[in-house]
Design a protein around this ligand. Structure first.
Ligand code: ATP
Ligand code: MG
Length: 159
């Protein structure tokens, strides 16, 4: 039997708000097999992004997420230690954020944020990580950041 790439069942997410709990995701299950492309379609606000943020553990502290099962490449992400999760997230499983203008942290330079992923997940030297960053910018048509550029100074070409 082929192992699923990603599998979760009965995923629910509730946010604590000033008006009480708000259930954004209610009992969602999904399986993605290796090589398979799965599109989740739903109206705005139906919980697509929040579900995926729950899978990679990037929900804000006001959110409480539960699931019966959450496995990536057969590994139980519900029981995984945070330090082991950090080795996978951003390398083997990642998310392309919806809003490019708010996806980068305004407190850090663009150069730092792109190079950081390469430094964390590869054994590239700083110099080679910078080369990797340049290739990434060229490939993605992202404006090449100068060392000091912060996100507010970058404008992306329209897709
Ligand atoms: N931090 C938060 N606190 C409270 N509610 C939130 C928070 N983040 C998202 N929500 C709510 O959760 C629900 C699901 O939002 P989500 O962003 O997942 O929708 P979506 O399906 O991705 O929509 P879109 O198609 O517009 O991207 C929405 O009602 C949204 O307002
Ligand atoms: Mg969304």
């Amino acid at each position: 039997m082929i192992m699923s790439l990603l599998e979760f069942s009965s995923l629910s997410v509730e946010f604590a708000t000033l008006n009480g709990g708000f259930k954004a995701v209610d009992n969602v299950s999904l399986t993605v097999d290796p090589g398979e492309i799965v599109a989740i379609v739903g109206e705005s606000g139906s919980g697509k992004s929040v579900s995926m943020l729950a899978v990679i553990g990037l929900l804000p502290w006001t959110a409480n997420s539960t699931a019966d099962k959450l496995e990536f490449q057969g590994r139980d992400m519900l029981k995984m230690r945070p330090r082991d999760k950090r080795k996978i997230i951003g390398k083997d499983i990642s998310m392309i954020f919806q809003e490019p203008t708010t996806s980068l942290n305004p407190c850090f330079t663009v150069d730092f944020q792109i190079t950081e992923t390469l430094k964390k997940h590869t054994d590239l030297s700083v110099r080679n990580a910078r080369t990797g960053r340049s290739s990434f910018c060229a490939w993605s048509a992202f404006p090449h950041p100068s060392a000091a550029s912060r996100p507010s100074r970058i404008s992306c070409p329209a897709a």
